[in-house]
Design a binder for this molecule. Sequence first.
Ligand code: CU
Length: 278
Amino acid sequence: MSETRDTRLPFSLEPVLVGLLFGSIGLFGVIYGIGEWAPELASRHGAGIDTMMTYLMVTTGAMFLTGHLAMALFIWQGSRRTRISHRLASPRFEKRLSIALGVLMAVVAEGGVVAIGLPVWNEYFMAEAPPDAVTVEVVGQQFFWSVRYPGADGEFGATDIQLMDDVVNPIGLDRSDPVAVDDIVWLNEIYVPVNRPVRVVLRSKDMIHSFFLPHLRVKQDVIPGMVPEVVFVPTREGTFELACAELCGLGHYRMQGFFHVVSDAEFTSQLERLASEQ
Ligand SMILES: [Cu+2]
């Protein structure tokens, strides 16, 4: 019987390589995610949404990581055992531990969502538009957005489906209605003043679209037959993308608009310009 020299490493290389692989993917994911996963914030309620996203990411990420590390540990330990009947703990202890961990995870994840999310929900979804809010009506259709301001009287004039014409009168505004005379209708460009509440009244002419302002953390489905509203406060001047976030046909990709958050003076002058071009 000849003696062979043991050339194996004192530890197994596979777990190290697998650990390095997943560790580096996770690390790059976090580094990329911090900078890229949401565009720079431009609304008041959005801060709460971002906090909740970060909270969920960190807590569920930690649970995911802990779970997988525990599983890796058990696989590694199991591979070194000679008997398969070995138990780490009594069945009763295992059952109790499973229930306790399940409840703990639910409380951490769901409890955090409720605690952080409810105030945001109340501010964003339950908000009554304050009296000084700027009201804009946005009507989605394949594949553009009609934007309407009520004008000096603060009231939207009548519309009539018979008057609709995609080129000259997409929302079918009835100019014979005295209330409609000062309405301002425009396409794909929305102007709002900074730091003032905005109330967006949404309609759709054909199918489901979705009014999405990523920088302002605003997303609302626009459903034919319903008139959903969103109320929010833009906090940063700039031109932000308005995208349709509901696949609505072949031209969905070009159903884009621009949301201009400007100073009060600029807002007034832009509305005057648009009014003069009616
Ligand atoms: Cu659309």
